[in-house]
Design a protein around this ligand. Structure first.
Ligand code: CU
Length: 219
């Protein structure tokens, strides 16, 4: 009798431990970080400045991981969840401090779904970049948006290795405008296999919210 009781105890305890472990794992990987709000610049208009870095450094939990960040005032914040106003024009600037990784699918080197179907690269209006020169993409599948991000050239002087990067260091500036719709949570992600050291470049930061994935929280 006693051994049956212990057996049941063991089974229940085992189930509880496994359930807790699964819960913690899912929570860690799926929980969205604290959002940062786009800055309202007028009625139905806002601006958001992001950054991409070869390594997040001490601003993130995995210092060596490639990451997106958001700039608030003069500071970098490590989050990839952004509050943006509904039914508005949102101007997004991405300051990319990372090098060229290259796209496997050249289709994603064409700008898609932005206002005018264009972006500006260091002030010049363009519709695509060379697939080999891509460092990251800012892709919002649900909105049909693809913005390829030009990488910093290998021989560029004064490169930033990890955040916080200063604007005086080598970077490429990408600017584009998107039009938001109704309220909701919309997933965005990078499609360049930029996760160095991971199988096919698509592991780790490429599948972890807060690094190469996040949400547009339309409010
Ligand atoms: Cu990326």
């Amino acid at each position: 009798m006693r051994s049956v009781g212990w057996r049941w105890f063991g089974i229940v305890a085992g189930i509880v431990i496994v359930a807790l472990a699964i819960g913690l794992y899912v929570n860690k990987f799926l929980r969205a970080p604290t959002p940062v709000s786009a800055q309202q610049t007028g009625p139905a208009q806002a601006e958001l400045t992001l950054g991409t870095t070869p390594a997040v450094g001490k601003l993130g939990g995995h210092p060596s991981w490639v990451s997106y960040l958001v700039r608030q005032g003069n500071q970098w914040k490590h989050t990839t969840t952004f509050d943006v106003p509904a039914h508005s024009l949102v101007k997004i600037t991405i300051l990319n401090f990372d090098g060229e990784s290259g796209l496997r699918n050249p289709f994603l080197s064409q700008v898609q779904g932005t206002v005018g179907g264009t972006m500006q690269l260091n002030g010049k209006t363009i519709r695509n970049i060379s697939p080999d020169a891509a460092s990251h993409t800012f892709t919002v599948p649900q909105m049909g948006i693809v913005v390829p991000i030009q990488g910093v050239a290998d021989d560029a002087p004064n490169q930033c290795e990890e955040m916080p990067c200063s604007l005086g260091q080598a970077h490429e500036t990408v600017t584009f405008m998107i039009r938001t719709g109704k309220k909701g949570w919309i997933r965005w992600q990078c499609f360049v296999p930029c996760a160095a050291g991971f199988f096919t470049g698509f592991g780790g930061p490429m599948q972890t919210i807060g690094y190469m994935d996040g949400f547009l929280h339309v409010v």
